[in-house]
Design a binder for this molecule. Structure first.
Ligand code: HEM
Length: 489
């Protein structure tokens, strides 16, 4: 008798919730077919990572520019209109990340990317000076050295007869070196090769598992996930990842007091990001756990995003010899016959290269999709968006809207030469209070690396016009190697 009452109560509760939810205005927006209780959960199951990316990207074609996806009791609103995107990105209230980010917490803690509220405000304030214009200028030496080293490495490979290269793992070594040296004040070298490789392997593995977990709702529960083989693998990868970042912290901590004294005495403190964190620790503003979550956040965001940005840019350039020549000519007009490496004022003159990078990030935004959870109700036109709704902004799709970017699939850097400011139609670094803190850092790094490569090499794609399958991951990735042929100029 008791269990019959319990079932009746449960059924009434579910029907009541279902009725209440179906009266919501967002529930009336178009979206994939919904079933009782599960909603559209099954719409996203049974796909590989790259198929899933296509399924998500097909949503606006099928359902328009505001799509409501219901998954169990979650309402997820996908928006594609610049006006809607502006409202959500510029909000100073709705700054919390949505549910999927939670699966990254065991790794990145509530560091700057994932935190919210007072904690996020405080951390953003501590860390913003690490990306000040003057600090970035100080990093120029590292970017110069590493871009020269990258060119030297490529030349050595050519001499060994290795003309064709899978660029992603190669480039990401260098973006990892630069983030370690600039932000963490720690220099990697060949002695760290094994731990560096393990770190990169762990980032790929963690990303893969987070995405798989996201698409399999039965793995959302921590209990089930950590009992599964995937959960156990995840734990191992975390250990692998932390052992590298912990070493980076300890290395800097050892030298920090000395360096601080020296640099203060000489009046030229470098204030690497990790220095700011150690400084905050000495003032009691952050503890070791806090330092660790920020170091993990910045090591990942600071190397993987630029590595993918550079990889896709090289892929597109390899297919467009005319655009390579334009960059080369621009560099010639800046450097003449000198072989010196660029400095920051040279970078400011590289307007064409800047347009190339922007166009490449339009087609291949390293962070293709972001999300928020609504903590304060607001309206899109006359539709109320209630607290608890999740919002997904898909930059990949936005950047390929034909009405905003004619012939969207074509790689045309001219779009960004003398163009008016693109108002929320082009947002690879997001915008508003939670925009990318590393935007200028990333542009600077990519300009250094690409200009140096194009000044010394000609690039050719192995199969002209070939575009790899893309995968749904923490950053936008190719599901296959991107092979490019290099020849010396
Ligand atoms: C091509 C390179 C890059 C792209 C396209 C990119 C893009 C983005 C985007 C779209 C966001 C918003 C994420 C969200 O709302 O979930 C973001 C946030 C962030 N990015 Fe980047 N990023 C790049 C490079 C970097 C670099 C080099 C760093 C560090 C050195 C960095 C550090 C961060 C951090 C810490 C956040 C979180 C900021 C906050 O919430 O306050 N990013 N990035």
């Amino acid at each position: 008798m008791l269990w019959q009452i319990a079932i009746a109560v449960l059924v009434i509760y579910l029907i009541r919730n279902w009725l209440k939810a179906s009266l919501l205005e967002i529930a009336k927006l178009p979206g994939p077919p919904r079933w009782p209780i599960v909603g559209s959960a099954f719409h996203f199951i049974g796909y590989s990572q790259s198929e899933l990316f296509n399924v998500v990207n097909d949503l606006p074609t099928k359902y328009g520019n505001r799509v409501c996806v219901k998954v169990f009791n979650r309402y997820v609103l996908h928006i594609y209109n610049p006006k809607d995107i502006e409202i959500i990105l510029t909000s100073t209230k709705n700054i919390s990340k949505n549910r999927p980010y939670v699966f990254m917490e065991p790794w990145l803690g509530t560091g700057l990317l994932l935190s919210t509220g007072a904690k996020w405000h405080k951390r953003r304030k501590i860390l913003t000076p690490a990306f000040h214009f003057d600090i970035l200028k100080n990093f120029a030496r590292v970017f110069e050295e590493e871009s020269r080293a990258l060119v030297g490495d490529l030349r050595a490979r050519l001499q060994r007869g290795e003309r064709t290269l899978d660029v992603m793992p190669f480039i990401s070594d260098y973006t990892l070196y630069t983030i370690c040296e600039t932000a963490m004040g720690t220099r990697l070298n060949s002695e760290n090769n094994a731990s560096k490789a393990k770190y990169k392997e762990s980032v790929l593995g963690i990303g893969y598992i987070v995405m798989i977990r996201l698409s399999r709702f039965w793995l959302h529960s921590d209990l089930i996930f950590y009992l599964s083989s995937m959960g156990r693998k995840f734990k191992k990868l975390l250990q692998q990842n932390f052992s590298f970042t912990d070493k980076v912290i300890e290395e800097r901590r050892k030298n920090w007091v000395e360096t601080k004294k020296e640099e203060t005495a000489s009046g030229k403190r470098r204030m690497a990001l990790l220095d700011l964190l150690l400084d905050a620790e000495s003032k009691g503003e952050i503890d070791m756990e806090g330092i660790r979550e920020e170091v993990n956040t910045f090591m990942f965001e600071g190397h993987d995003t630029t590595a993918m940005g550079l990889t896709f840019a090289l892929m597109l350039l390899a297919d467009h010899e005319d655009i390579q020549e334009n960059i080369y000519e621009e560099c010639k007009s800046i450097f003449g016959d000198s072989t010196r490496t660029a400095n920051t004022s040279d970078l400011a003159e590289m307007k064409y290269l800047e347009a190339v990078i922007k166009e490449s990030l339009r087609l291949y935004p390293s962070v293709p999709i972001i999300g928020r959870i609504i903590t304060e109700e607001f309206k899109l036109d006359n539709i109320s968006i209630p607290v608890g709704t999740e919002i997904v902004v898909n930059f990949y799709n936005l950047h390929r809207r034909e009405d905003l970017f004619p012939e969207p699939e074509l790689f045309k850097p001219e779009r960004f030469l003398n163009s008016d400011k693109m108002h929320f139609t082009y947002v690879p670094f997001s915008a508003g209070p939670r925009n990318c803190i590393g935007q200028r850092y990333a542009m600077q790094e990519m300009k250094y690396m690409l200009s140096e490569i194009i000044r010394h090499f000609k690039l050719k794609s192995v199969v002209k016009g070939y575009r790899p399958k893309l995968t749904m991951d923490l950053v936008l990735r190719s599901s296959e190697p991107i092979n490019i042929e290099f020849s010396a100029r």
